[in-house]
Design a protein around this ligand. Sequence first.
Ligand SMILES: Cc1cc2nc3c(=O)[nH]c(=O)nc-3n(C[C@H](O)[C@H](O)[C@H](O)COP(=O)(O)OP(=O)(O)OC[C@H]3O[C@@H](n4cnc5c(N)ncnc54)[C@H](O)[C@@H]3O)c2cc1C
Length: 388
Amino acid sequence: MTQTEPDDPFAEIRSAVARLCDQFPAFYWRQLDRDSAYPTAFVQALTQAGYLAALIPEEFGGAGLSLSAAAAILEEVQRAGANGAACHAQMYIMGSLLRHGSEAQKKQYLPQIASGALRLQAFGVTEPGSGTDTTSITTFAEKRGDQYVVNGQKVWTSRAEHSDLMLLLARTTPKDKVAKRTDGLSVFIVDMKKALVGGMTIRPIRTMMNHSTTEVFFDNVHVPTENLIGEEGKGFRYILSGMNAERILIAAECIGDAKWFIKKATDYANERRVFGRPIGQNQGVQFPIARAYAQMRAAELMVKHAASLFESGRDCGAEANMAKMLAAEASWAAAEACVQTHGGFGFAEEYDIERKFREARLYQVAPISTNLILSHLAEHVLGLPRSY
Ligand SMILES: Cc1cc2nc3c(=O)[nH]c(=O)nc-3n(C[C@H](O)[C@H](O)[C@H](O)COP(=O)(O)OP(=O)(O)OC[C@H]3O[C@@H](n4cnc5c(N)ncnc54)[C@H](O)[C@@H]3O)c2cc1C
């Protein structure tokens, strides 16, 4: 399989990331998966190497790299069999702060995030009662003097136990009192250490893969007004503006996963001999792997296209969403082909396939499910009636 394009501008970054990931071999991830533990050492190594600050501008201590470079980093992490979900949000959550925060907020937080002194990797948007329907969230931040008092609940707040700061979306005006349902939502930076002694509770949710996800309860949590990002009531737009980067980066991770599965499947199909010949000599074994490869390469083009639109400041909503959908489907096709190629051994923990298989499945659901991408395309690209 082609490992890198001959003219890949990120070849050096890719091999440096691959070398870093080599220090965290399969048994490291296997053990964490068994224990549902957080990959602290891996995240520290990525932070120290500056990769998680890839998108933070140099003036704030980051690497000031392009979205394509950040995508290459995350793709390589997944391709090495590691799991960037433990920290990928650190790359893109800060985008809301960078684009909409005040100069004082940027100076206060971004250099510390870049150095690793502070981790901003918890993103509190989803709630149990509203699910995908974000404008129906009910967590409320009521302004009282120089504080907002937050009450409510978030769910699926990943990495909350491993983050110093949370980017929180809350209502500041009830939905029935705003002209547009997207109005009246605000974004805050929550200092989690302070909140934990001031009414915030985090409860881990055990999931089918090791993801450090949680539910978070707010009981009269005080957040200073200076922690409001941008203008009160405009938070939905701020969150949306970060979503294209998130979609593109996660799509790149899916491409990395697909490459990992395809390599594993191909190697095994060449090695494993049954009926006196390699199983890969059978077209019934070859074709699903070849099809997954074609799907992955097509999705990879869409990821690159979406990233280049993003970098040139053009609208890339449809492309970012398509990239994420196609890449998640390609990684799932590759995962499926990999398990099937390995037969019974695909289910054995020591082959790592079942672990990656569980991890890869997430990306057809989060950060946005395939149905919602299709309805976005139907409405905003094809001009079909809004379905919800
Ligand atoms: C492991 C994990 C980690 C996550 N991490 C985070 C995080 O860090 N921060 C965060 O804020 N969120 C996070 N999420 C939430 C995730 O991004 C989804 O937004 C969320 O799971 C969707 O809500 P729901 O599960 O209640 O699904 P629902 O909204 O109940 O949807 C259920 C199903 O119905 C479908 N559906 C719903 N409405 C429609 C419609 N109108 N048309 C067609 N189909 C529809 C959906 O596509 C989905 O398949 C995470 C989720 C998971 C599972």
